[in-house]
Design a protein around this ligand. Structure first.
Ligand code: GLY
Ligand code: MN
Ligand code: MN
Length: 466
């Protein structure tokens, strides 16, 4: 948790940005039972609640008043029955005081407070809830049907929260540096353990252990797979085999819930084959080209810089043909990299995505205000600014089903040498991912000068020592 003043200033800043005449309702998360109430998944607070209220307790509702400085925190004090199991706990008024909120009341009073605002004609601003419990709670608080939250969520709030959360402060960047260190330890642990005969599960488990030693666990399900061509492959059932590449895409959360997200792809044997090295170096060049040019400006430019670099490399090894710019414009590189170059990173590993084009089922309300939507919640319009943190994660994947589909359709056949791709069906995929902070005139990779081994020489040297 940061100092109380941080949360006071954030709420005041939101008040300055939002239209007058309403309240902002930000519920925290509740516990999510695994199979009975007292055996819950690890609690993870809602990131926007955390951003404005900083508290890690379940079952709280924060309200920011846009017409005065009377913010509220609603929640129930723990009873002695709770304390028997949980130990001594602060009261809700003590929690409120710790983040500069003087007005507190029991949980049930939140509904009355919000209903009173509605009756007096004030606008109730809220974000679309993304969990079942949150959907039900928002309906109880506002009286809006569970099926109608997309229609009633607040575009003003989405746009302003995303803009604030995207611009990282110095103390947030320190947290992201801590998350980097966890990511570094995870990935070097994975490299150290990888060898013929070791199961992917053992590597994933050891790596995830690091996230619990130094932080709050993983920032997303770890991807540890020799089938790197499957973009989000959460199976860890494979046994490491010499000659294969292992793709590890994983990150951890700092104690204050800031995330890292890195990918490395390395040979189980510790030595790349010449063919693996060629494809790997094409991905690495695209990754490095992005580092050379990332600065305040449009995200899509960076995406296209990466695609062009991949196209040049793939033309160089004979898997593509023609002109690289034309291949990018035709969408041909999408056969090899069917995903975006990167995404925002912060308290969510895909930052603010629950309220973005990829999280909301109906984004039209926001698109209608396209001029204002230039944060990471809409990548085609994303304008990188100093303080933006994003991932740089190009890849080349040989996905047999996709290749077969494109080949069958003759798609982009003027740019793709389909006859050369047959022997890559067993290759897998390569992705390389690092986390960048956009600065006033360029960018820096998180890690304060340290990086997870990435060049062929660095990877092979590291693995030779394992
Ligand atoms: N964590 C998956 C990704 O890199 O976006
Ligand atoms: Mn990743
Ligand atoms: Mn990522």
């Amino acid at each position: 948790m940061f100092a109380k003043q941080t949360y006071i200033e954030r709420r005041n800043e939101l008040r300055r940005r939002m239209p007058k005449g309403g309240i902002v309702v930000l519920p925290g998360n509740s516990e999510a039972p695994r199979n009975y109430f007292d055996n819950a998944y690890a609690f993870r607070q809602d990131s926007t609640f955390l951003y404005f209220f900083g508290l890690q307790n379940a079952d709280l509702v924060g309200v920011i008043d846009l017409d005065n400085e009377q913010d509220w925190l609603f929640g129930n004090d723990y009873t002695v029955d709770d304390i028997i199991w949980m130990g001594p706990q602060p009261s809700v008024s003590e929690l409120g005081a710790s983040v500069g909120v003087a007005n507190t009341a029991p949980f049930a009073a939140a509904r009355d407070h919000i209903q009173a605002a509605i009756r007096s004609g004030r606008k109730v601003h809220y974000l679309v809830p993304y969990r079942g419990e949150g959907v039900l709670l928002m309906s109880q608080l506002t009286g809006i049907k569970t099926t109608e939250h997309y229609a009633h969520c607040s575009a003003d709030l989405i746009i302003n929260v995303a803009a604030m959360r995207e611009e990282k402060s110095a103390e947030e960047i320190e947290e992201l540096q801590r998350a980097f260190q966890i990511g570094y330890d995870m990935h070097t642990t994975a490299m150290r353990l990888t060898r013929e005969g070791v199961s992917e599960r053992v590597i994933a488990g050891a790596m995830e252990g690091v996230t619990h030693q130094y932080g709050e666990g993983v920032s997303f399900h770890s991807i540890v797979s020799q089938h790197g061509e499957t973009l989000h492959n959460h199976s860890h059932d494979g046994i490491c085999t010499n000659g294969r590449l292992l793709l590890v895409d994983a990150g951890g959360e700092s104690v204050n819930n800031y995330c890292s997200d890195h990918t490395r792809t390395f040979p189980v044997s510790g030595k790349f084959t010449p063919e693996q090295r060629d494809i790997y170096n094409i991905v690495l060049s695209a990754h490095d080209e992005v580092l050379k040019v990332a600065r305040p400006g449009q995200y899509m430019n960076l995406h296209n810089v990466a695609l062009k670099s991949l196209a040049e490399g793939l033309i160089g090894v004979g898997l593509m043909k023609g002109n690289a710019d034309e291949a990018v414009a035709a969408g041909a590189v999408g056969l090899f990299m069917p995903h975006g170059l990167g995404h925002g990173l912060g308290m969510d590993v895909h930052d603010c995505e629950a309220m973005g084009e990829r999280g909301m089922r109906d984004f039209s309300k926001i698109v209608a205000r396209a001029e204002e939507v230039d944060t990471c919640i809409m990548r085609s319009r994303w304008r990188l600014r100093p303080g933006t943190v994003l991932t740089d994660e190009p890849g080349i994947y040989f996905i047999p089903a996709l290749i077969e589909q494109w080949k069958g359709e003759g798609k982009c056949k003027e740019f793709i040498n389909y006859d050369k791709l047959g022997r890559f069906y067993e290759f897998g995929g390569i992705r390389l991912e690092d986390d960048l902070l956009i600065t006033e005139d360029g960018n820096m990779m998180l890690g304060e000068g340290k990086h997870i081994p990435i060049t062929v020489e660095e990877v092979e040297a590291f693995m030779a020592e394992r």
